[in-house]
Design a protein around this ligand. Structure first.
Ligand code: NAP
Length: 350
C-alpha cells in the first residue's frame, strides 16, 4: 500500500510501542493507514494495555517481542518494513547503575536496532528519537540548533543526557562506517508533555504533576522547553514521508520559565491546585535552591545544577520550515496534561 503518493510502503516498525511517544506514534500511524509492527519487551503486558484498543489495531497492528539488549531480537519485527522508528530507550533521571539502566540500553540498543536494519532487505529509512539532551547539557543562554552537541554530560553527571548523546552519535557513526541501503533522520524532542496512553507517569510529565500536587517545594529558576507529544509523533511521520528529510530536527515549541509554566496551567483552569507558594526564581533564590538540591536524588540534583539559574533557548526553524510541523498552543498541551493526570488519578480533582 502506498500512502497518498508519499512513496512510503505500508508496513513500518516502531520500537518501544508501549511508551509515551511510541504509543502516540503508533496511534497516528494507524490513523493514517499504515500497518505497524510495534516492538515490546513484555508481550503479555502489552496485550493487556492500550495498544490493542487503538483504532485500526485489530486489523493493522502486530506486537512483536524485542529487547534492546538482545542482539538479533529486532530482526523479525524489522524484516519487511521500509521505515523503522527507533523510539525505545529508558527515560529516567534516577539510576543506581547508569551504565546498566541508561547508557547500555540507549547505545547498545541503538546499534542492535541499526544492525537489524542493515541485515534486512527492506529498510530504506530509520527515524531515530534522540533528544534535546543530545544537543545541550547545561542552560547557558546559547540558542540551541541542530548544530549543537551536548559536551557537558558524562556517565557520572546527567547520565540520561549522556546516554542520549552517545546513542545518537552511535547512529551517525554507524551510517558513516559503510554505505547503507537506508538513510537516517533524527528527531530531537525537547520536554514532551500532553495526554498519555500509559497508566504510569512519564518523567517529563512528572514535572507538571509535582508542580500541581504540592510535591515541588518552590518555583525555581528553571527554563522548561515544551512540546506536545502528538506534535512529536506527527514530526516523526513527516520525517518518514518527506523524501528529502535529512539530518537532525530539533522538535520544540516554546521555552517557558517554571513560573510561566505554572501561570499557563492556572490559565488553563487549574488554579485551585497545590502550586508552590515559595518563589526561589531570583538569583539569590537560585543559590538557596542549589544548596537545597542536596536533599534531592542524585539525578535530579545534577539536572538542577546544570539547568537552574541559566537560560535555555531553542530554535525550531528547521522542523517548521522543512517538515512543516505546526505546534499546537502550549496552553492546550499543558491543560490536557493536567486533565489526563487527574483522569488517571495521579492528581486530585479540585
Ligand atoms: P517512556 O514512556 O518511558 O517509553 C520508553 C519506551 O522504551 C517504552 O516503550 C519502554 O518499554 C521502552 N524500553 C525501555 N527500555 C527498553 C529495553 N531494554 N528494551 C526494549 N524496550 C525498552 O518514554 P518516552 O518519553 O516515550 O521516551 C521515548 C523516547 O523519546 C526515548 O528515546 C526518550 O529518550 C525520547 N525522549 C523523550 C522525551 C520526553 O520528554 N518524554 C524528550 C526527548 C526525547 P516498556 O514499556 O517495556 O518499559
Amino acid at each position: 500500500m502506498d500512502q497518498g503518493g508519499s512513496g512510503v510502503s505500508g508496513t513500518v516498525c516502531v520500537t518501544g510501542a508501549t511508551g509515551f511517544i511510541g504509543g502516540h506514534l503508533v496511534e497516528q500511524l494507524l490513523a493514517r493507514g499504515y500497518t505497524v509492527r510495534g516492538t515490546v519487551r513484555d508481550l503479555d503486558a502489552a496485550a493487556e494495555g492500550f495498544l490493542p484498543e487503538l483504532p485500526g489495531a485489530s486489523e493493522r497492528l502486530e506486537l512483536v517481542w524485542a529487547d534492546l539488549m538482545k542482539e538479533g531480537s529486532f530482526d523479525l519485527p524489522i524484516e519487511g518494513c521500509e521505515t523503522v522508528f527507533h523510539v525505545a530507550s529508558p527515560f529516567t533521571l534516577h539510576a543506581n547503575d547508569p551504565n546498566e539502566q541508561l547508557i547500555a540500553p540507549a547505545v547498545v540498543g541503538t546499534r542492535n536496532v541499526l544492525n537489524a536494519c542493515a541485515r534486512s532487505s527492506s529498510v530504506r529509512r530509520v527515524v531515530l528519537t534522540s533528544s534535546l539532551a543530545a544537543m545541550v547539557g547545561r542552560a547557558d543562554g546559547r540558542v540551541i540548533t541542530e548544530e549543537h552537541w551536548n559536551t557537558d554530560s558524562h556517565a557520572g553527571r546527567n547520565p540520561y543526557s549522556y546516554a542520549k548523546t552517545e546513542a545518537e552519535r552511535t547512529a551517525w557513526t554507524f551510517m558513516d562506517e559503510e554505505p547503507r541501503a537506508f538513510d537516517l533522520v533524527v528527531i530531537n524532542p525537547v520536554g514532551v508533555f500532553g495526554p498519555s496512553h500509559r497508566t504510569s507517569v512519564n518523567t517529563s510529565v512528572a514535572y507538571v504533576r509535582d508542580l500541581m500536587s504540592g510535591k515541588a517545594p518552590a518555583i525555581v529558576d528553571l527554563d522548561v522547553s515544551v512540546v506536545d507529544v502528538r506534535d512529536v509523533a506527527d514530526a516523526h511521520i513527516r520525517a518518514m514521508e518527506q523524501p528529502d528529510a535529512s539530518g537532525r530536527y530539533l522538535c520544540g515549541h516554546v521555552v517557558l520559565s517554571s513560573a510561566e509554566l505554572v501561570d499557563a496551567l492556572k490559565a488553563a483552569g487549574y488554579h485551585r491546585h497545590r502550586f508552590p507558594r515559595l518563589r526561589l526564581d531570583s538569583p539569590l533564590g537560585t543559590r538557596v535552591a542549589r544548596a537545597l538540591a542536596v536533599f534531592q536524588p542524585k539525578g535530579v540534583r545534577q539536572y538542577a545544577h546544570a539547568f537552574m539559574g541559566g537560560r535555555l533557548r531553542t530554535d525550531n526553524t528547521r522542523i517548521r520550515t522543512e517538515l512543516g510541523v505546526e505546534f499546537r498552543p502550549v496552553g492546550e498541551t499543558l491543560g490536557e496534561t493536567a486533565a489526563d493526570l487527574i483522569e488517571k488519578g495521579h492528581l486530585e480533582r479540585r
